[in-house]
Design a protein around this ligand. Structure first.
Ligand code: NAD
Length: 297
């Protein structure tokens, strides 16, 4: 059976590393990274994400600024707040929790964030920097960065590997494919992107030494599509029902985990795989932003 790549465990190591770096920063500069989180409205999913981000930021020693804005805030007021934070040298990361209410233009908001404080890495400047690669890619988008980190820390060789990415979204599929195909460390792979219009999904997946699946379709990848010994990263988070006893939502990935783990060499579970990594990488970006601001990078 496959080795299970635990996002929960890797996250712990990453957060401990960040905490140690924050202590060094505090000793050297008398400053710590500061993350501003902006939440508009009270969508329960968004509230719980933001709460977890704040809790994690505080746990690694960051400062936190939290704005809970009313659902009906105007776009202009939101943009003004972002501008204020853009100009505040003590704020290193600005995170606007998405999605935003219908009356606010999400693109306009993302574009308003100073790219050097855009710790989600959704600003077109950061998307472009990722494409250029190397030192230009200051902030990597959090979920793809988490995926790359898991592949590396699982001991999987990326250089020269055949990678197949299922899905071509802007937040997962496209960026992870580009990151793994780049020249450089934790990269140099031969990458294929497959999607809804791909003719023979199975044939592509079968060639993959590293299979990254981000389709949002529960159980899409069948065990017989997996190359024996491959590293399988399942990004999918699908709510497939509710446990009647505990009342908890049942989550399933895009890969048929129980069968796949008999064939893969290494595999991520859902939950407890890629999910926990995303917030850890948000913290890493915020730390990095502060290190740049203080001249340490
Ligand atoms: P998306 O819906 O934007 O994109 C899905 C992509 O998969 C599309 O490009 C589509 O072409 C492809 N696809 C869909 N069905 C397919 C099929 N049957 N065959 C081949 N390709 C198919 O989704 P997304 O935002 O990239 O997210 C994908 C999954 O990852 C979702 O389940 C989402 O919840 C999860 N996700 C998890 C995290 C995390 O754990 N931190 C973060 C982001 C997304």
């Amino acid at each position: 059976t496959a080795k299970i790549i635990s996002g929960t465990e890797i996250r712990k190591s990453i957060l401990a590393e960040i905490k140690a770096d924050v202590e060094k920063m505090k000793a050297k500069h008398g400053k710590v990274p500061c993350l501003a989180t902006i939440l508009v409205g009270k969508d329960p999913g968004s509230v719980s994400y933001v709460t977890l981000k704040i809790k994690t930021a505080l746990s690694v020693g960051f400062h936190e600024i939290q704005d809970d804005l009313p659902e009906d805030i105007s776009e202009a007021d939101l943009l003004a707040l972002i501008e204020k934070y853009n100009n505040d040298p003590d704020i290193h990361g600005i995170l606007v929790q998405l999605p935003l209410p219908m009356h606010i233009d999400e693109k306009k908001v993302i574009n308003a964030i100073n790219p050097d404080k855009d710790v989600d890495a959704f600003h077109p400047v950061n998307v472009g920097r990722l494409m250029i690669g190397g030192d230009d890619a200051r902030f990597l988008p959090c979920t793809p960065a988490g995926i790359q980190e898991m592949i590396v820390r699982s001991g999987t060789q990326i250089c020269g590997a055949e990678v197949v990415v299922v899905g071509r979204s802007n937040i997962v599929g496209k960026p992870i494919a580009m990151m793994l195909a780049q020249k450089g460390v934790a990269a140099n792979a031969t990458v294929t992107i497959v999607h809804t219009r791909t003719k023979d999904l199975a044939a592509h997946c079968k060639r993959a030494d590293i299979l990254v699946v981000a389709a949002g379709v529960p159980g899409l990848v069948k065990p017989e599509w997996i190359k024996p010994g491959a590293t399988v990263i399942d990004v999918g988070v699908n709510r497939v029902g509710m446990n009647e006893v505990t009342g908890k939502v049942i989550l399933k990935g895009d890969v048929d985990f129980d069968a796949a783990k008999e064939i893969a060499g290494k595999i991520t579970p859902v939950p407890g795989g890629v999910g926990p990594m995303t917030i850890a990488m948000l913290m890493k970006n915020t730390l990095k932003s502060a290190q740049y601001a203080l001249g340490d990078l």
